[in-house]
Design a protein around this ligand. Structure first.
Ligand code: NI
Length: 214
């Protein structure tokens, strides 16, 4: 199927505002919650998206146009946000993401890509030869995967370990006490097997990120 670049850009353009509307000034009880060890909170995901803007998508698009298949992309660091987001507020990260995304989309527009350009090929360090069209489609799909992840993490919620909340047999996810009332309705619903199945797909989101963000 031919790549419709303006459709892809329509998604990429909306992500910063969608994240901003959902997350800005939301209590940390929601934005810092993750799904357990080595999983990400909304705060972590926004940092990861910023790192992708700076080191992955447009730098790789430039490399495809400049070097084609002769030079592989630099590897992507999936844990860079831990150091890069340190000391920043979520509000600062949301501003930074909006700014770098706008700059990148400005640059993408200026490339004025036509079909021949979108078919240009580059070399992914793990996946091998990829087209510019595939790279750009993956960029948008990656946004949607992380939006899905964030809404799931907030809905399910596992307290951050560093906050000292412990799991117990009665409270296997270690919900902070103050959130139990908030969660009771969601939990009852989540324990409906069909809904809970849809909410258990952390593995799918992570597989996407692991597969493409390397
Ligand atoms: Ni990712």
């Amino acid at each position: 199927m031919e790549h419709n670049l303006s459709d892809t850009m329509a998604l990429l353009t909306r992500t910063p505002a969608a994240l901003d509307a959902l997350l800005r000034d939301l209590p940390e009880a929601w934005t810092l919650r993750n799904e357990g060890e080595k999983s990400w909170s909304a705060f972590d995901v926004v940092g990861h998206l910023i790192h992708g803007e700076r080191t992955d998508w447009m730098p790789r698009a430039r490399m495809i146009l400049e070097f084609g298949e002769t030079q592989a992309f630099a590897r992507f660091d999936r844990w860079a946000q831990a150091r890069e987001s340190e000391g920043k507020t979520l509000g600062q990260l949301l501003d930074e993401f909006a700014q770098v995304r706008a700059e990148n989309l400005g640059e993408l527009r200026a490339m004025n890509l036509r079909r021949e350009g979108l078919e240009r090929r580059g070399r992914h360090p793990v996946l091998g030869v990829v087209t510019l069209s595939q790279l750009l489609a993956t960029w948008a799909a990656h946004d949607m995967t992380h939006l899905h992840q964030i809404s799931r993490v907030i809905a399910r919620g596992t307290a951050r370990r560093r906050r000292g909340v412990n799991r117990t047999p009665q409270d296997p996810f270690g919900y902070p006490r103050q959130n139990i009332a908030l969660f009771s309705t969601a939990q009852r619903r989540c324990y409906n097997p069909r809904i809970s199945a849809a909410m258990q797909d952390r593995e799918n989101d992570e597989r996407f990120c692991l597969q493409y963000m390397r």
